[in-house]
Design a protein around this ligand. Structure first.
Ligand code: KIV
Ligand code: NA
Length: 265
């Protein structure tokens, strides 16, 4: 199997082939996702929410991200594994950002890192790229800034914020980022940015004109009950499937149906 690289992704944009990306945080799920043909596996700091049960992405640590990432890397034979730099691991200064990125590459064996932000993080992006580490950008509704935004609503509806996003996207491309995630922004703006940039855009709530799409695996599999934003298409209802299986197991154990004669030694 040939590994997807940042060059593969650029070629995909050039020939108009869409990029499919999903999150994964552990070995078993990553193995399924990789075998099914995903191009990029994102070890997102959404692990803070879906794996650890935190309300936001802020609490997850660099050590915890490295643990998740190392498990995913062991499973991914084809996909490019990209790992989020968590909140607090890169904002201090560009040296700290580089150290965090190096730990992710070295200790987890990841292939790229993702960082939230635009012009403000230029120095850090440059420093990480200079070390030979591919960087994916992330603009729009950047969840690590949720306490600044105060709401999970669509970003960059206003002219000023849209203009800032265009400038940030151009800057990230100029610095050398290989792709940019556009989260929860108007489809028209995502279209403009996708056409303006030569590097691929990957949307989540960014509409159909992005060069790729990303979803959180727990959301698209219907594992979290009740999370149904407009941008989410649910491809399975694993919550019901697992709930039903566990109920059947409980009742089989109680009824002394499990284990039966053939299920013991
Ligand atoms: O952490 C995450 O899952 C992400 C994606 C939603 C882009 O950053
Ligand atoms: Na993230």
């Amino acid at each position: 199997i040939k590994r997807v690289t940042t060059h593969t992704l650029q070629e995909m944009k050039n020939r108009g082939e869409k990029i499919a990306m999903l999150t994964a945080y552990d070995y078993s799920m990553a193995a399924i996702v990789d075998e099914a043909g995903i191009d990029i596996i994102l070890v997102g700091d959404s692990a803070s929410n879906v794996m650890a049960g935190h309300e936001t992405t802020l609490p997850i640590t660099l050590d915890q991200m490295i643990y998740h990432a190392s498990s995913v890397v062991r499973a991914a034979k084809r996909a490019l594994v990209t790992v989020d730099l968590p909140f607090g691991s890169y904002q201090g200064n560009s040296k700290e950002a580089l150290n965090s990125a190096i730990r992710i590459m070295k200790e987890a064996g990841a292939h790229a890192v993702k960082i939230e932000g635009g012009i403000e993080i230029s120095e850090s992006v440059t420093r990480i790229l200079t070390a030979g580490i591919p960087v994916m950008g992330h603009l729009g509704l950047t969840p690590q800034s949720i306490y600044k935004f105060g709401t999970y609503t669509v970003r960059a509806r206003e002219q000023a914020e849209a203009e800032k996003l265009r400038e940030d996207a151009m800057k990230l491309q100029e610095l050398g980022c290989f792709a940019i995630v556009l989260e929860k922004i108007p489809a028209q703006l995502a279209k403009e940015v996708s056409e303006m940039l030569t590097i691929p855009t990957i949307g989540i709530g960014g509409g159909q004109h992005c060069n790729g799409q990303v979803l959180v695996i727990h959301d698209m599999l219907g594992i979290n009950k009740g999370f149904k934003p407009r941008f989410l298409r649910q491809y399975a209802n694993l919550n019901d499937v697992i709930n039903g299986a566990v109920k059947n197991y409980v009742s089989d154990v109680k009824a002394q149906d499990f284990p039966n004669d053939t299920e013991q030694y």
